[in-house]
Design a protein around this ligand. Sequence first.
Ligand SMILES: NC(=O)c1ccc[n+]([C@@H]2O[C@H](COP(=O)([O-])OP(=O)(O)OC[C@H]3O[C@@H](n4cnc5c(N)ncnc54)[C@H](OP(=O)(O)O)[C@@H]3O)[C@@H](O)[C@H]2O)c1
Length: 232
Amino acid sequence: MQQNDIIIVTGVSKGIGLAISKVLCEKGYTVAGWGRTQPAFSDINFHFFKCDVSDHRQVASAVQQTRSRLGEHIYGLINNAGFGHFGKVEELELDKWHDMFNTNVHGLMYCTREVVPFMKAKQRGHIINISSIAGLNGIVQGSGYSATKFAVRGISHSLYAELREDGIKVSCVYPGSVATNFFDTVEGINISPNMLQPDDVATLLLQLLQSPPNFLTVDVEIRPLQPKGKKN
Ligand SMILES: NC(=O)c1ccc[n+]([C@@H]2O[C@H](COP(=O)([O-])OP(=O)(O)OC[C@H]3O[C@@H](n4cnc5c(N)ncnc54)[C@H](OP(=O)(O)O)[C@@H]3O)[C@@H](O)[C@H]2O)c1
């Protein structure tokens, strides 16, 4: 990654997306933040573009606006925007199932397909997809969310093989529980200091982006070391 590179981050209002945007800006990289909601954060290196990633027209418009405002040096895409609805399979409303797929899977694909041509033109780039440990293991009352995150894994593995010849890296990150607003709508789980912290995930994402040119990290599974706290 070079200092004049642009990194697109989706879902920047809070949580992991906001944390990585702040870290990248501090390091002097230019961030194009694509999201439904503008964060309460401003920085000379941060540029917000209103975009609901589940709408392919808004994604196409965001890439054009990014290009005309910031130029052609799009190096990174962090596909972070996402959420989970949980519930028993016979009770989960169909709208919620579809909403998760529309953002977590289709939105990720819309962003990727808009950005890949710019990366191919430069023969360099790095796409980082945020899956979840729910993309590696099924979870009770999480069939829909888990299905979307397994899909993210499948997309990532296919694309790393497809795009490597064009100098484009694709990495997939599988976090365990991270202390963010993700859990606001999840019954029975409250955030705790024993969870991973968004800043720590951001540090990992920066390391991935800064890895040497001929170094590809395909998968990274991250978990809190002691999710229940230290032993008494
Ligand atoms: N927290 C965890 O334990 C955990 C674990 C594994 C994986 N993840 C994944 O990590 C990613 C980030 O989650 P988080 O924990 O940081 O949650 P968060 O604090 O709830 O943040 C989610 C972000 O995604 C944005 N977003 C949602 N739908 C969008 C859409 N259609 N278009 C644009 N932006 C959209 C939200 O924007 P609004 O403010 O507009 O809603 C928000 O900025 C998600 O993909 C999640 O599945 C989280």
